[in-house]
Design a protein around this ligand. Structure first.
Ligand code: PLP
Length: 416
């Protein structure tokens, strides 16, 4: 079982999915707000995806040759954003981020990277640094943030070669980048990181990073693995970022394994193998496999401007209804997020990033209880009480989710 899909005392086992609902092996219907960690923007068994998969499967599931479907998906992405002009596919967000970092290293001739404290970008050693920084170890010397290891056995060189930046402190971020900018190959940035509270990165921090990247020739990697869904063109245009590389995964694979690195032809030439050995080889037995491409194409074709706007509107309605109820009950709890992405915070303090969203022990216990209470009422969130909406949802599901979530939070001791 994947670590991420286990929670105490034990998760239910899924039997099948129907739109925004999961039916578990005991026959219970569960409103799915985790949708495989935000990867199924149309929910389960979306008919256009099933049809596309059936037809792709009948033609063959994997070839040692390219297929037209990868060109179609790359062209569809390019038509949506100027930052997605060329795309190469892989099988996961982890791989996408790793390849983008390797591309940045080859382009700059440097090897260090910077990333933001607490933010998750997959399982590549370097990008795991600072993932679980906690109040007792998160500050380093001289105003720096500690480069804390995540996995036991992380080589010490990985820690020295990874600089950790504050998500919501532009002054400190700019000072750190001034000190080390000329040694960096890349800054990896998710402008709406779930682990930083599911709050947008403050524009001043984005501006500080963008300025340092231009000044010191650092490659800016925008990780849109989750936040691509926030707008038709993805997150970079939404948050005023001009990235060198964009990493994608999740929704662009329509429920099948996928990852992608996108960028301008100039930047993407680092992976170009057409004139001999590329600077960085971006291989993978199942990369750009026709099943993931077909599911991704069917998904994105139906995630058009109006579908994006409708889904984001449902998210606004959800937050409004929940927060009005919290306010009416003098509860400090708040539902935050943007568009179809949301997360529950209990403490009443202002949430601006990783540190302010770091739950106290009491909050973590209560969030665990709320997650369990919601599941008992037929709603699945991720274990830290964040979630994502899907297009099969209507006002009815939003009302059910809002009211059940509010009452579970209010009933949990100490937060009502
Ligand atoms: C922002 C971000 N980047 C990268 C990843 C890694 O993607 P994958 O799980 O497909 O390897 C994730 C996974 O949740 C993610 O949230």
């Amino acid at each position: 079982m994947r670590q991420a899909s286990w929670f105490a005392p034990h998760p239910p086992y899924a039997l099948k999915g129907e739109g925004c609902w999961i039916i578990d092996v005991d026959g219970r219907r569960i409103l799915d707000c985790a949708n495989n960690f935000f990867s199924l923007v149309h929910g389960h068994a979306f008919p256009p995806v099933i049809e596309a998969l059936r037809s792709a499967m009948e033609r063959g599931t994997a070839f040692g040759l390219p297929t037209e479907s990868e060109i179609e998906l790359a062209e569809l992405l390019a038509a949506r954003s100027p930052f997605l002009q060329q795309t190469r596919f892989c099988n996961s967000g982890t791989e996408a981020v790793m390849h983008a970092i390797k591309g940045a290293r080859a382009l700059t001739g440097r090897h260090r990277i910077a990333k933001f404290e607490g933010c998750y970008h997959g399982a590549y050693d370097y990008i795991e640094v600072g993932l679980e920084s906690s109040p007792d170890n998160w500050d380093g010397p001289d105003g720096s943030l500690a480069s804390t290891p995540y996995a036991k056995g992380t080589p010490p060189s990985v820690l020295t070669d990874t600089v950790v930046l504050p998500y919501d402190d532009a002054v400190r971020c700019e000072a750190i980048l001034r000190t080390c900018g000329s040694s960096l190959a890349a800054v990896v940035l998710d402008p709406h990181a779930s682990r930083a509270g599911m709050m947008p990165m403050p524009p001043e921090v984005i501006a500080a990073v963008q300025a340092a990247c231009r000044r010191d020739g650092i490659m800016l990697i925008a990780d849109e693995v989750i936040c691509f869904r926030l707008s038709y063109a993805g997150a970079s245009p939404l948050y005023g970022i001009e990235p060198d590389f964009v990493t994608l995964a999740k929704v662009i694979g329509g429920g099948l394994p996928v990852g992608a690195v996108s960028g301008s032809p100039e930047r993407m030439s680092v992976f170009d193998h057409s004139r001999g050995k590329p600077a960085v080889a971006m291989g993978g037995t199942f990369s750009a496999n026709p099943m993931s491409m077909a599911a991704g194409l069917a998904t994105l074709r139906h995630y058009d401007r109006s579908a994006v706007a409708r889904l984001n509107g449902l998210g606004d309605k959800l937050r409004e209804r929940v927060n009005e109820a919290f306010a009416a009950n003098q509860s400090p709890a708040r539902l935050v997020g943007t568009g179809s992405l949301f997360r529950l915070h209990l403490g009443g303090r202002e949430i601006t990033g990783y540190r302010s969203s770091y739950p106290t022990t009491a909050e973590a216990t209560a969030l665990h209880q709320i997650h369990g209470a919601l599941l008992a009422s037929g709603i699945l969130l991720t274990p830290n009480c964040s979630g994502a909406l899907t297009t099969p949802m209507t006002d009815k599901e939003i009302a059910f989710l809002a009211d059940t979530l509010t009452s579970a939070a209010l009933k949990t001791s100490g937060w009502g």
